[in-house]
Design a protein around this ligand. Structure first.
Ligand code: PZK
Length: 278
């Protein structure tokens, strides 16, 4: 086994021809990783993603080989997956206006070249979900918006069209299931790759609170920043400390850790309908 990549909260190892994607219990706010882990976070997000791969298998094949055939030290919070030739875009679907999409809309009236009606505000629901791809910026900066035509230029019209259609179909399925259980999926980021037979394949993690914006539906109020389903307690506590949002971050107090753990458990249970035990 070889360690090949570290993200802020995840790691990649190779094991022969396979990859192991390992989720940690680390949490970030304002792009800074906090020194205090959230117990079970890596396992909760991994198991939610695995559950979604099963739910979405009739829409698109995925890279999952096994969620159990992983080294003991990673048990529950890792998947074994196939190594793919990754598509060099993050495939984002948005059903609501937030984050970088909101900023782009406010500056240009469009997101990734998709024109939107006037008068939308932070948190507005879009009439139809839209495909707003981004390209990874190599020097570790934030992703840059790309248009559908940029995707076509890179991968061809038929693959680009399938990426857009699959991304929107996965988003619709996920948002519908979550909404039925009190959770808004405002947007979601998907990654795809080509397998060794040239089959477009869903990769990475899917429809987790780290790859998507989850909002409590009961609190949804367009016109202000929305409450994050998972990290709101951490954000509120961090804002109250006077911390300037640059590293190093302060340690998270136990009551905030417990409340945040409970939100991850709650999201898993509400979406899957399964009990979390640990
Ligand atoms: C791959 N990432 C992002 C994911 C991280 C970073 N099946 C695959 N084949 C080849 N490459 C990747 C995948 C997947 N998934 C994914 N980077 C490369 C990523 C998880 C943890 F730290």
């Amino acid at each position: 086994m070889q360690h090949v990549y570290s993200g802020k909260v995840r790691e990649i190892y190779t094991d022969g021809d396979d990859l192991l994607l390992v989720a940690s219990d680390r949490v970030s706010v304002y792009d800074v990783v906090l020194p205090t882990p959230i117990p079970d976070k890596g396992a909760l997000l991994t198991q939610l993603s695995v559950w979604w791969f099963g739910q979405l298998a009739d829409i698109v094949p995925n890279h999952l080989i096994s969620a159990t055939d992983v080294p003991a030290e990673f048990e529950g919070r890792a998947i074994r997956c196939r190594r793919l030739e990754m598509v060099p875009f993050e495939c984002i679907a948005r059903g609501y206006l937030a984050g970088s999409g909101l900023k782009e809309y406010q500056a240009t009236g469009a997101i990734s070249g998709v024109p939107l009606p006037r008068g939308l505000v932070e948190g507005s629901r879009l009439d139809e979900p839209i495909f707003t791809p981004t390209t990874k910026v190599s020097d570790g900066g934030h992703d840059a918006p790309a248009t559908f035509d940029d995707v076509v230029a890179a991968v061809g019209l038929s693959t680009a069209t399938r990426l857009r259609d699959l991304t929107l179909e996965v988003y619709r399925r996920g948002a519908e299931r979550a909404a039925a259980n009190g959770i808004i999926v405002a947007d979601t980021k998907l990654e795809f790759g080509m397998d060794s037979d040239g089959v477009l394949t869903l990769a990475d993690e899917v429809l987790t609170p780290d790859s998507s914006r989850f909002w409590p539906a009961a609190d949804w109020t367009p016109g202000r920043a929305q409450h994050a389903y998972d990290k709101q307690f951490v954000r509120d506590w961090a804002a109250g400390t006077g911390w300037d949002k640059t590293p190093p971050a302060p340690q998270i107090p136990p009551d905030v850790v417990d409340a945040t753990h409970a939100r991850y458990v709650d999201a898993y249970e509400k979406i899957t309908g399964l009990p979390w035990r640990d």
